[in-house]
Design a protein around this ligand. Structure first.
Ligand SMILES: C[S@@+](CC[C@H](N)C(=O)[O-])C[C@H]1O[C@@H](n2cnc3c(N)ncnc32)[C@H](O)[C@@H]1O
Length: 470
């Protein structure tokens, strides 16, 4: 790998000659492949895999299957995630024991958000935000597929949150960085690296932290992470948060055989560095801080949102209600509030209704709770998000199990022909018992309701069917 000369100088100074030589050697090796299971959907263990030691549901695979052509990937049964990133689990398991409201501020494509959603205590709410519009769509897609109902996805700049005041118990800032830890995976990160860019990054990171700091409750946790090695974006920023914003840095329990590296700057506080020549994964830096500074409570006025309505007889405007039969599509319906926004019916965890209303009044929301369905004429058409939800009541519609080639055709949004005994109307389609989505069976064929923008675009079909679980 052709490393920039300034990167070599600086990183050798940080790590020392021996460690730096070992790092460059590791960068010539293949990137390990790892996935994390979604046990809310399926409890399978991948074949020929080994466990990621710091993550209960993380597994290293022996090769890289074609995930795109695995229907279970599209069903949200697992997420393909670089193993070092899964270390976030330790911060959450060791410090979060009660239901919390958590913000993942720089969340796309959603690796750490889906992990957080699996690890947070039941009854928690996760707000996952991404500032870049196109990346926020991918974030929403990945969280919808993961299926947990306690999620809001937003598309905002960190500064848009500031006025909300201390709303969050936990904030994760997995900040945009110079990406030195991704050199092995991403050739562009090598090409774009420069000292000037490192400077731009640490300054941007401080701006992001300053903007979001008022949103963290006093006593709340800030988890700060990057995928870069240099001290400016790492230890120096952690020291700055502690001193300038007011926080203490917290230790995490780790095992010696995880071979995690600590603080490289001679300062006392604990931080966690994953270096590819020591730990099987890419470069990661993570620190956990507890906010000590007092944050005055700010009262934010909620702008009243427009209610969904349609003209009744005589021109009167009537609010649309979610029909009773639709509420039965959700398990534990009593724990949710139901509403119609425009022509979309949705359910949201009742415990967080106020937070949802507040965020709705201030931020651009892409997804919240469970989208149940859309009014098409007089007909409520179940939404794909409902099919993906972990609280979808499977008895709501007849089910049809697809073969592998039918499943791929469905995921390509091609027409599907179901066997004659499948009833007409909306049908839940499954593959190996996992829900893939809905179709409307009209007899001689079934209308494919898979989201157009999520379809598999490639016409190629691998010779070997990806079979991760046997
Ligand atoms: C390291 S990536 C996040 C990866 C993600 N947490 C995951 O685990 O899948 C950083 C994210 O920050 C976003 N970002 C870029 N500029 C930003 C800014 N000024 N404020 C907040 N986020 C920004 C990027 O678009 C990117 O999605």
């Amino acid at each position: 790998m052709n490393l920039p000369s300034d990167f070599i100088l600086r990183t050798r100074e940080l790590l020392g000659d021996v460690e730096f030589a070992a790092l460059t050697e590791a960068l010539e090796k293949d990137t390990p492949v790892s996935i994390r299971m979604n046990t809310d959907k399926c409890g399978l263990v991948p074949l020929e895999s080994t466990s990621v030691p710091w993550c209960r549901e993380g597994y290293y695979l022996s090769g890289r299957p074609s995930f795109t052509f695995d229907p279970l990937f599209h069903a949200g049964c697992y997420y393909v995630q670089e193993a070092s990133s899964m270390f976030l689990e330790q911060a959450l398991r060791q410090y979060v024991h009660e239901p919390v409201t958590m913000l993942d501020l720089c969340a796309a494509p959603g690796g750490k958000s889906t992990l957080a959603r699996s690890v947070l205590p039941e009854g928690s709410l996760l707000v996952a935000n991404e500032v870049m519009r196109n990346r926020s769509q991918v974030l929403a897609e990945n969280l919808i597929k993961w299926g947990n109902p306690g999620v809001i996805v937003t598309n905002n700049d960190p500064a848009d949150f500031t006025e909300l005041g201390p709303l969050f118990d936990v904030i994760l800032t997995d900040v945009p960085c110079s990406g030195e830890g991704m050199f092995r995976k991403d050739e562009v990160a090598v090409q774009e690296w420069s000292i000037e860019n490192v400077d731009t990054c640490w300054q941007r990171q401080r701006r992001i932290l300053r903007d979001i700091w008022p949103c963290l409750k006093t006593g709340g946790l800030l988890i700060y992470s990057t995928c870069t090695y240099n001290r400016e974006e790492n230890e120096d920023n952690v020291a700055w948060i502690a001193q300038e914003l007011g926080a203490e840095v917290l230790p995490l329990e780790t095992q010696p055989d995880w071979r995690i590296t600590g603080n490289l700057t001679g300062t006392e506080f604990p931080v966690y560095r994953f270096l590819p020549h020591k730990t099987t994964g890419e470069g990661l830096f993570l620190a956990v801080l507890r906010k000590t500074a007092d944050e005055p409570a700010v009262s934010v006025r909620t702008k009243t949102g427009g209610k969904a309505s349609k003209k009744g007889k005589g021109g009167k405007v009537v609010a649309l209600q979610v029909p009773k039969e639709m509420k039965a599509w959700v398990q534990g319906a009593g724990d949710y509030v139901f509403e119609v926004n425009d022509s979309e019916a949705m359910a949201f965890p009742a415990a967080y209704k106020d937070t949802y209303d507040l965020l709705k009044s201030q931020l651009r929301i892409l997804h919240a709770g469970i989208s149940l369905g859309e009014l098409k004429g007089k007909d409520w058409q179940p939404s794909h998000a409902l099919a993906m939800s972990t609280v979808f009541e499977r008895d709501s519609f007849p089910m049809a199990e697809l073969t592998y080639s039918q499943a791929i055709a469905y995921l390509r949004k091609e027409a599907v022909v179901l066997s004659p005994e499948v009833p007409r109307g909306y049908v839940t389609l499954t593959y190996q018992g996992q829900v893939l989505g809905f179709a409307k069976n009209i007899g001689n064929r079934a209308n494919n309701l898979y989201p157009q923008e999520w379809r598999i675009r490639s016409g190629y079909l691998p010779e070997i069917i990806p079979d991760l679980f046997g």
